[in-house]
Design a protein around this ligand. Structure first.
Ligand code: ZN
Length: 61
């Protein structure tokens, strides 16, 4: 899950997206809101669905 605040610097998170996520989600559905980026340290947080997708991609077919 995406925390309300950055767990590293307690900075504010804002919605964001990466090209990696965009390419992965483009064909199925747009889930850009499941990604948050810290305003302060640029730490990226993924929602549960996106994390699962990335795991699948990393593991390969
Ligand atoms: Zn941060």
């Amino acid at each position: 899950m995406i925390p309300e605040r950055c767990t590293f610097c307690k900075g504010t998170l804002h919605e964001g997206k990466t090209e990696f996520i965009a390419s992965e989600t483009r064909s199925s559905s747009s889930k850009m809101s499941l990604l948050s980026v810290c305003d302060h340290c640029d730490e990226v947080y993924y929602g549960a669905d996106v994390s699962r997708k990335i795991e699948a991609v990393m593991r390969g077919p």
